[in-house]
Design a protein around this ligand. Structure first.
Ligand code: PBG
Length: 322
Protein backbone atom coordinates (compact mmCIF):
# COMPACT_ATOMS: atom_id res chain seq x y z
CA UNK A 1 0.00 0.00 0.00
CA UNK A 2 1.46 3.38 -0.99
CA UNK A 3 -0.51 5.53 1.39
CA UNK A 4 -0.30 4.55 5.01
CA UNK A 5 -0.90 7.60 7.19
CA UNK A 6 -0.14 5.49 10.26
CA UNK A 7 3.62 5.51 9.38
CA UNK A 8 3.87 9.02 10.78
CA UNK A 9 2.05 8.13 14.00
CA UNK A 10 4.17 5.23 15.13
CA UNK A 11 6.22 6.79 17.94
CA UNK A 12 6.22 9.96 19.99
CA UNK A 13 9.40 11.03 18.18
CA UNK A 14 7.73 11.16 14.77
CA UNK A 15 4.50 12.50 16.20
CA UNK A 16 6.45 15.42 17.64
CA UNK A 17 8.10 16.08 14.29
CA UNK A 18 4.84 16.25 12.34
CA UNK A 19 2.75 17.99 15.00
CA UNK A 20 1.08 21.01 13.38
CA UNK A 21 -0.18 23.05 16.31
CA UNK A 22 1.04 23.72 19.82
CA UNK A 23 -0.41 25.47 22.78
CA UNK A 24 2.12 27.57 24.67
CA UNK A 25 1.96 29.91 27.62
CA UNK A 26 2.76 32.75 25.21
CA UNK A 27 -0.73 32.37 23.71
CA UNK A 28 -2.60 33.10 26.91
CA UNK A 29 -4.40 36.03 28.47
CA UNK A 30 -5.81 35.59 31.99
CA UNK A 31 -9.01 37.49 32.91
CA UNK A 32 -9.22 39.07 36.38
CA UNK A 33 -12.28 40.38 38.21
CA UNK A 34 -11.39 43.34 40.40
CA UNK A 35 -13.95 44.55 42.87
CA UNK A 36 -13.97 47.94 44.54
CA UNK A 37 -13.62 47.71 48.30
CA UNK A 38 -11.40 45.98 50.80
CA UNK A 39 -10.71 42.50 52.00
CA UNK A 40 -12.62 40.83 49.17
CA UNK A 41 -11.67 37.41 47.89
CA UNK A 42 -14.91 35.81 46.78
CA UNK A 43 -15.04 32.51 44.94
CA UNK A 44 -17.43 32.56 41.97
CA UNK A 45 -19.68 29.55 42.47
CA UNK A 46 -20.20 28.71 38.80
CA UNK A 47 -16.51 29.21 37.96
CA UNK A 48 -14.56 27.02 40.39
CA UNK A 49 -11.06 28.36 40.99
CA UNK A 50 -11.91 31.90 39.83
CA UNK A 51 -12.39 34.70 42.36
CA UNK A 52 -13.31 38.34 42.61
CA UNK A 53 -10.55 40.25 44.38
CA UNK A 54 -10.23 43.69 45.90
CA UNK A 55 -6.87 45.31 45.17
CA UNK A 56 -5.53 44.76 48.69
CA UNK A 57 -6.03 41.01 48.21
CA UNK A 58 -4.82 40.52 44.66
CA UNK A 59 -1.05 40.33 45.03
CA UNK A 60 -0.92 36.58 45.60
CA UNK A 61 -2.87 36.01 42.39
CA UNK A 62 -0.63 38.36 40.41
CA UNK A 63 2.53 36.82 41.88
CA UNK A 64 1.33 33.48 40.61
CA UNK A 65 0.51 34.82 37.13
CA UNK A 66 4.00 36.31 36.83
CA UNK A 67 5.63 33.20 38.31
CA UNK A 68 3.87 31.06 35.68
CA UNK A 69 5.11 33.43 32.95
CA UNK A 70 1.62 34.24 31.66
CA UNK A 71 2.21 37.35 29.53
CA UNK A 72 -1.02 39.27 29.97
CA UNK A 73 -4.12 39.91 32.06
CA UNK A 74 -7.52 41.23 30.99
CA UNK A 75 -9.19 43.34 33.68
CA UNK A 76 -12.87 43.61 34.52
CA UNK A 77 -13.90 46.17 37.12
CA UNK A 78 -16.78 45.77 39.56
CA UNK A 79 -17.63 49.20 41.00
CA UNK A 80 -19.52 49.93 44.23
CA UNK A 81 -21.81 52.44 42.55
CA UNK A 82 -23.68 52.17 39.28
CA UNK A 83 -25.77 54.71 37.39
CA UNK A 84 -27.73 54.85 34.14
CA UNK A 85 -24.77 55.96 32.00
CA UNK A 86 -21.97 54.02 33.68
CA UNK A 87 -20.12 57.24 34.49
CA UNK A 88 -17.77 55.43 36.89
CA UNK A 89 -16.05 54.00 33.79
CA UNK A 90 -14.41 57.36 33.06
CA UNK A 91 -13.65 58.29 36.68
CA UNK A 92 -9.85 58.65 36.75
CA UNK A 93 -9.99 57.23 40.24
CA UNK A 94 -12.39 54.39 39.42
CA UNK A 95 -11.65 50.76 40.26
CA UNK A 96 -10.32 49.97 36.79
CA UNK A 97 -7.98 52.95 36.75
CA UNK A 98 -6.73 52.12 40.27
CA UNK A 99 -6.17 48.52 39.23
CA UNK A 100 -4.18 49.50 36.16
CA UNK A 101 -1.95 51.83 38.18
CA UNK A 102 -1.46 49.21 40.89
CA UNK A 103 -0.51 46.44 38.51
CA UNK A 104 1.74 48.53 36.27
CA UNK A 105 3.56 49.85 39.35
CA UNK A 106 4.04 46.52 41.11
CA UNK A 107 4.21 44.12 38.14
CA UNK A 108 5.71 46.23 35.34
CA UNK A 109 6.46 43.19 33.15
CA UNK A 110 2.83 42.09 33.05
CA UNK A 111 0.92 43.28 29.97
CA UNK A 112 -2.31 44.88 31.15
CA UNK A 113 -5.43 44.97 28.98
CA UNK A 114 -8.74 46.51 30.06
CA UNK A 115 -12.17 45.35 28.98
CA UNK A 116 -13.88 48.49 27.78
CA UNK A 117 -17.62 48.31 28.32
CA UNK A 118 -20.42 49.68 30.47
CA UNK A 119 -22.49 46.67 31.52
CA UNK A 120 -20.76 46.21 34.90
CA UNK A 121 -21.23 49.93 35.57
CA UNK A 122 -24.80 50.65 34.49
CA UNK A 123 -27.78 50.23 36.81
CA UNK A 124 -29.68 48.48 33.96
CA UNK A 125 -26.77 46.19 33.00
CA UNK A 126 -26.74 47.12 29.31
CA UNK A 127 -23.58 48.04 27.42
CA UNK A 128 -24.35 51.74 26.92
CA UNK A 129 -26.90 54.51 27.29
CA UNK A 130 -30.55 53.47 27.12
CA UNK A 131 -33.07 55.30 25.00
CA UNK A 132 -36.49 53.83 24.13
CA UNK A 133 -35.59 50.51 25.73
CA UNK A 134 -32.50 50.01 23.58
CA UNK A 135 -28.85 51.00 23.71
CA UNK A 136 -28.31 54.24 21.84
CA UNK A 137 -25.27 53.72 19.68
CA UNK A 138 -23.82 57.16 19.01
CA UNK A 139 -24.41 58.60 22.47
CA UNK A 140 -22.61 55.55 23.87
CA UNK A 141 -19.63 56.23 21.60
CA UNK A 142 -19.11 59.62 23.22
CA UNK A 143 -18.79 57.94 26.62
CA UNK A 144 -16.61 55.16 25.24
CA UNK A 145 -14.08 57.78 24.16
CA UNK A 146 -14.02 59.19 27.70
CA UNK A 147 -13.56 55.71 29.16
CA UNK A 148 -10.58 54.71 26.99
CA UNK A 149 -8.79 57.98 27.50
CA UNK A 150 -9.15 57.52 31.26
CA UNK A 151 -7.75 53.97 31.01
CA UNK A 152 -4.90 55.25 28.83
CA UNK A 153 -3.99 57.95 31.34
CA UNK A 154 -3.89 55.28 34.07
CA UNK A 155 -1.21 53.49 32.03
CA UNK A 156 -2.96 50.55 30.40
CA UNK A 157 -1.05 48.65 27.69
CA UNK A 158 -4.01 47.78 25.43
CA UNK A 159 -7.77 48.37 25.43
CA UNK A 160 -10.36 45.77 24.48
CA UNK A 161 -13.80 47.21 23.67
CA UNK A 162 -16.49 44.56 24.10
CA UNK A 163 -19.74 46.46 23.68
CA UNK A 164 -20.42 45.78 19.97
CA UNK A 165 -21.33 49.40 19.18
CA UNK A 166 -21.05 50.41 15.53
CA UNK A 167 -18.08 52.69 14.97
CA UNK A 168 -16.52 51.92 18.36
CA UNK A 169 -13.07 51.19 16.95
CA UNK A 170 -12.89 54.39 14.92
CA UNK A 171 -14.12 56.43 17.89
CA UNK A 172 -11.57 54.87 20.21
CA UNK A 173 -8.70 55.17 17.72
CA UNK A 174 -9.42 58.86 17.19
CA UNK A 175 -9.81 59.50 20.92
CA UNK A 176 -6.47 57.86 21.69
CA UNK A 177 -4.67 59.55 18.81
CA UNK A 178 -5.98 62.96 19.82
CA UNK A 179 -4.92 62.65 23.44
CA UNK A 180 -1.32 61.54 22.92
CA UNK A 181 -1.76 57.74 22.80
CA UNK A 182 -1.19 56.89 19.12
CA UNK A 183 0.79 53.78 20.05
CA UNK A 184 -1.80 52.23 22.34
CA UNK A 185 -3.27 49.19 20.55
CA UNK A 186 -6.90 48.09 20.37
CA UNK A 187 -8.05 44.48 20.59
CA UNK A 188 -11.60 44.50 19.30
CA UNK A 189 -14.28 42.08 20.42
CA UNK A 190 -15.06 42.21 16.71
CA UNK A 191 -17.29 39.17 16.30
CA UNK A 192 -19.17 38.77 19.54
CA UNK A 193 -22.29 36.67 19.66
CA UNK A 194 -25.32 37.02 21.87
CA UNK A 195 -24.55 33.82 23.74
CA UNK A 196 -25.89 31.75 26.59
CA UNK A 197 -22.28 30.80 27.30
CA UNK A 198 -21.79 34.12 29.17
CA UNK A 199 -24.07 33.04 32.01
CA UNK A 200 -21.48 32.45 34.75
CA UNK A 201 -19.61 35.66 33.84
CA UNK A 202 -22.67 37.79 34.41
CA UNK A 203 -22.87 36.45 37.96
CA UNK A 204 -19.16 37.02 38.36
CA UNK A 205 -19.24 40.59 37.09
CA UNK A 206 -22.73 41.61 38.21
CA UNK A 207 -23.53 42.56 34.65
CA UNK A 208 -26.73 40.77 33.67
CA UNK A 209 -29.22 43.12 31.97
CA UNK A 210 -32.19 43.96 34.21
CA UNK A 211 -34.55 43.98 31.21
CA UNK A 212 -34.40 42.48 27.73
CA UNK A 213 -31.25 40.97 26.30
CA UNK A 214 -28.27 42.00 24.16
CA UNK A 215 -29.62 40.88 20.79
CA UNK A 216 -29.81 44.38 19.32
CA UNK A 217 -26.04 44.76 19.59
CA UNK A 218 -24.46 41.30 19.95
CA UNK A 219 -24.62 38.96 16.96
CA UNK A 220 -27.12 36.25 16.15
CA UNK A 221 -25.46 32.84 16.64
CA UNK A 222 -26.98 31.75 13.31
CA UNK A 223 -24.82 34.12 11.30
CA UNK A 224 -21.44 33.47 9.73
CA UNK A 225 -21.20 35.94 6.81
CA UNK A 226 -22.13 38.77 9.12
CA UNK A 227 -19.05 37.93 11.20
CA UNK A 228 -16.90 38.81 8.19
CA UNK A 229 -18.72 42.11 7.89
CA UNK A 230 -18.12 42.92 11.57
CA UNK A 231 -14.45 42.01 11.29
CA UNK A 232 -14.04 43.99 8.04
CA UNK A 233 -15.37 47.18 9.60
CA UNK A 234 -13.20 46.82 12.69
CA UNK A 235 -10.17 46.06 10.52
CA UNK A 236 -10.84 49.19 8.44
CA UNK A 237 -11.40 51.29 11.55
CA UNK A 238 -7.98 50.30 12.87
CA UNK A 239 -8.40 47.38 15.27
CA UNK A 240 -4.94 45.89 15.88
CA UNK A 241 -6.23 42.49 16.99
CA UNK A 242 -9.56 40.91 16.03
CA UNK A 243 -11.36 38.72 18.53
CA UNK A 244 -14.04 36.06 18.19
CA UNK A 245 -16.23 35.32 21.20
CA UNK A 246 -17.23 32.75 22.43
CA UNK A 247 -14.59 30.33 21.13
CA UNK A 248 -15.58 26.68 21.25
CA UNK A 249 -18.90 26.90 19.42
CA UNK A 250 -17.46 29.43 16.95
CA UNK A 251 -14.31 27.73 15.65
CA UNK A 252 -15.55 28.21 12.07
CA UNK A 253 -15.60 31.97 12.61
CA UNK A 254 -12.06 31.92 14.03
CA UNK A 255 -10.90 30.15 10.86
CA UNK A 256 -12.77 32.62 8.63
CA UNK A 257 -10.98 35.51 10.28
CA UNK A 258 -7.60 33.79 10.16
CA UNK A 259 -8.00 33.16 6.42
CA UNK A 260 -9.23 36.62 5.56
CA UNK A 261 -7.45 39.16 7.75
CA UNK A 262 -3.82 39.96 8.14
CA UNK A 263 -4.14 40.73 11.84
CA UNK A 264 -3.50 38.61 14.91
CA UNK A 265 -6.69 36.71 15.80
CA UNK A 266 -7.79 36.25 19.40
CA UNK A 267 -10.61 34.18 20.82
CA UNK A 268 -12.35 34.27 24.17
CA UNK A 269 -12.83 30.91 25.87
CA UNK A 270 -15.78 32.19 27.89
CA UNK A 271 -17.17 31.47 31.32
CA UNK A 272 -19.76 28.89 30.20
CA UNK A 273 -17.14 26.89 28.33
CA UNK A 274 -15.02 26.90 31.47
CA UNK A 275 -17.94 25.98 33.74
CA UNK A 276 -19.01 23.01 31.59
CA UNK A 277 -15.58 21.40 31.71
CA UNK A 278 -15.19 22.09 35.42
CA UNK A 279 -18.61 20.64 36.24
CA UNK A 280 -18.19 17.48 34.19
CA UNK A 281 -14.70 16.94 35.60
CA UNK A 282 -15.95 17.41 39.17
CA UNK A 283 -18.51 14.69 38.55
CA UNK A 284 -15.76 12.44 37.26
CA UNK A 285 -17.42 12.21 33.85
CA UNK A 286 -14.47 13.56 31.86
CA UNK A 287 -10.74 13.97 32.38
CA UNK A 288 -10.80 17.71 33.04
CA UNK A 289 -7.16 18.36 32.32
CA UNK A 290 -7.15 16.55 29.00
CA UNK A 291 -10.43 18.09 27.85
CA UNK A 292 -9.11 21.54 28.80
CA UNK A 293 -5.93 21.04 26.77
CA UNK A 294 -7.78 19.57 23.80
CA UNK A 295 -10.36 22.40 23.73
CA UNK A 296 -7.71 25.10 23.82
CA UNK A 297 -5.63 23.29 21.21
CA UNK A 298 -8.68 23.20 18.94
CA UNK A 299 -8.82 27.01 19.13
CA UNK A 300 -5.20 27.22 18.00
CA UNK A 301 -5.90 24.76 15.20
CA UNK A 302 -8.89 26.86 14.14
CA UNK A 303 -6.50 29.79 13.76
CA UNK A 304 -6.40 31.67 17.04
CA UNK A 305 -3.07 33.33 17.83
CA UNK A 306 -4.22 34.43 21.27
CA UNK A 307 -6.59 32.74 23.74
CA UNK A 308 -8.27 34.55 26.60
CA UNK A 309 -9.03 31.88 29.17
CA UNK A 310 -9.87 31.30 32.83
CA UNK A 311 -7.77 28.13 32.46
CA UNK A 312 -4.57 30.14 31.87
CA UNK A 313 -2.92 29.30 35.20
CA UNK A 314 -3.86 25.63 34.96
CA UNK A 315 -2.63 25.36 31.38
CA UNK A 316 0.64 27.02 32.32
CA UNK A 317 1.11 24.44 35.10
CA UNK A 318 0.37 21.53 32.76
CA UNK A 319 2.83 22.88 30.19
CA UNK A 320 5.53 23.20 32.87
CA UNK A 321 5.13 19.50 33.78
CA UNK A 322 5.81 18.45 30.18
C1 PBG B 1 -19.06 42.55 28.44
C2 PBG B 1 -18.43 41.22 28.51
C3 PBG B 1 -19.04 39.98 28.70
C4 PBG B 1 -18.02 39.03 28.70
C5 PBG B 1 -16.82 39.69 28.54
N1 PBG B 1 -17.09 41.06 28.39
C6 PBG B 1 -20.44 39.62 28.98
C7 PBG B 1 -21.54 39.97 28.10
O1 PBG B 1 -21.40 40.37 26.95
O2 PBG B 1 -22.64 39.83 28.62
C8 PBG B 1 -18.23 37.55 28.86
C9 PBG B 1 -17.05 36.77 29.27
C10 PBG B 1 -17.35 35.38 29.70
O3 PBG B 1 -18.47 34.87 29.63
O4 PBG B 1 -16.38 34.74 30.12
N2 PBG B 1 -18.39 43.52 29.18
Amino acid sequence: MINRTRRLRKTEGIRRLVRENKLTVDDLIYPLFIEEGENIETEIVSMPGIKRFSLDKISKELDEVVELDIPAVLLFGIPTSKDDTGSETWNDNGIMQQAVRFIKKNYPSLYVITDVCFCEYTSHGHCGIIHDNDVENDATLVNLAKQVVSHAKAGVDMVAPSGMMDGMIQTIREALDNTGFPNLPIMSYAVKYSSAFYGPFRDAADSAPTFGDRRTYQMDPSNRDEGMREATFDDQEGADILMVKPALSYLDIIRDLKNNFDRPIACYNVSGEYAMIKAAAEKGWIDGERVMMESLLSMKRAGADIIITYFAKEVAKVLLKK
